[in-house]
Design a protein around this ligand. Structure first.
Ligand SMILES: Cc1cc2nc3c(=O)[nH]c(=O)nc-3n(C[C@H](O)[C@H](O)[C@H](O)COP(=O)(O)OP(=O)(O)OC[C@H]3O[C@@H](n4cnc5c(N)ncnc54)[C@H](O)[C@@H]3O)c2cc1C
Length: 387
């Protein structure tokens, strides 16, 4: 059993692995990642849809995505593993003038933040890209060619294996059960295998982050929300490659996954809680939205063995919580990605490493906006481009 570490990271998913990688890359290798499962990726990371997009509404989310897209382009060189980044684009299809105005004002912010590949598209462009859409009510939309998909599991493995090469240790099948704080400073973590002395702890607990923060006496408003994905059998009638298509009238979105189509829809009836069982009744619900937008989906069989559920880690303003917790020196938060933790894992790892080692970062223009204190101070950010 390890008895001491300069930095302890709680959680070995994509976020904990990215923080470990970036710390090691910056020369801090006395790092211990503690994961309670037998294997990495059994939390949200292994359940993700793998979407990567810079088409967001707030500067901080756009900046984190721009960082990610650049990073995924050089991921293999940096880690020796492929991220399987497929820049097939995200296509938002608007069906009201309000949607169009919203996409236009988002685009202005994206251009201000330095995004070069996003543009408004006309309804006819959308019909050309995906002729199979029912498009009588589509007014136009927006498209970004560098948005796309990665393989979350490969990204996590890339981060973790390069971190291990540099000396980071991973302690599996070990649960963190307590965090010792004395005089407002972190002193140690207690685990199912004994105690580890440390002055710096990073909470990378995914949907369980609120419980982990509670161990240090920190109130972190991150709640788990089930998300379900439905996969189909082989689909020959849609283009290849296909962007992520987002029907803004319902929130229904889909992309190619292997030979089939992977479908998602934010069910407004879903309630918060630690739920990971897939509900077969969801198939009927999502297919109503799917067939409404792509009539040919009525004849495409669902693959019941390739449907699954996982949990988003949701904050009240749908933005991540990054940085040191006020009142507990040495306790850092990397949580609450609200459905964007895979795409924001590269920026998060770098930001946390910068904050731990240098106390500042230039990855985003205002990292303080993501501090947990914003909830108590009423400084919420509003991200409306949530899928
Ligand atoms: C259906 C679905 C679709 C999604 N689609 C996308 C998408 O398209 N794009 C995107 O960017 N994001 C997406 N996400 C979100 C993304 O998957 C998450 O934001 C991301 O995986 C969070 O990574 P993480 O490492 O913080 O959490 P996790 O992967 O959950 O890792 C946290 C780890 O902490 C461990 N842990 C918790 N408590 C303790 C403890 N006390 N002791 C030891 N270990 C502990 C857990 O076992 C777990 O392995 C999706 C999520 C779901 C569920």
């Amino acid at each position: 059993m390890v008895e001491t570490a300069e930095v302890v990271i709680i959680g070995g998913g994509i976020v904990g692995s990215s923080v470990a990688y970036h710390l090691a890359d910056a020369g801090c290798t006395d790092v211990l990642v503690i994961e309670r499962e037998e294997k990495q990726g059994m939390g949200s990371t292994g359940k993700s849809m793998g979407g990567v997009r810079a088409q967001f509404a707030t500067p901080v989310n756009i900046e984190m995505s721009i960082y990610a897209i650049d990073f995924f382009n050089r991921f293999e060189e940096a880690t020796g593993h492929t991220p399987d980044y497929r820049p097939h684009g995200y296509l938002f299809a608007a069906t009201t003038e309000a949607h169009l105005d919203y996409l236009k004002s988002n685009l202005e912010r994206q251009i201000d933040a330095g995004l070069k590949n996003a543009a408004m598209v006309a309804a006819d462009d959308i019909r050309r890209i995906v002729p199979q859409l029912r498009s009588d009510d589509i007014l136009g939309g927006s498209f970004c060619a560098t948005d796309g998909f990665v393989d979350p599991y490969s990204v996590m493995r890339g981060f973790a294996s390069r971190a291990k090469d540099r000396g980071v240790r991973f302690l599996m099948e070990t649960e963190v059960t307590g965090i010792e704080v004395d005089g407002g400073e972190v002193r140690a973590v207690k685990t199912s295998r004994g105690k580890v002395s440390t002055r710096i702890v990073v909470n990378a607990g995914g949907p369980w982050a609120g419980l982990v923060a509670g161990l240090a006496g920190v109130d972190l408003p991150v709640r788990p929300l089930r998300r379900q994905l439905v996969n189909t059998q082989r689909c020959d009638f849609l283009p290849t490659p296909l962007p992520m298509i987002i029907d803004m009238s319902s929130g229904f979105h889909f992309r190619r996954e292997g030979e089939g189509i992977l479908m998602a829809w934010p069910d407004p009836e879903e309630t918060y809680g630690f739920k990971t069982a897939f509900d077969p009744e969801f198939i009927e619900k999502i297919l109503i939205r799917a067939v409404d937008r792509v009539p040919a989906f009525a004849d495409l069989p669902v693959n019941p063995h390739r449907c699954w559920a996982g949990m988003y880690e949701v904050t009240p303003d749908h933005h991540a919580v990054l940085g040191e917790a006020p009142g507990v020196k040495g306790f850092y938060l990397a949580n609450g990605f609200s459905g964007h933790g895979v795409m924001h894992s590269p920026a998060t790892g770098r930001i946390l490493s910068d904050l731990i080692l240098a106390g500042k970062t230039d990855v985003v223009s205002d990292v303080r906006a993501l501090g947990v204190e914003r909830f108590a101070e009423g400084r919420l950010l509003e991200e409306t481009a949530v899928l």
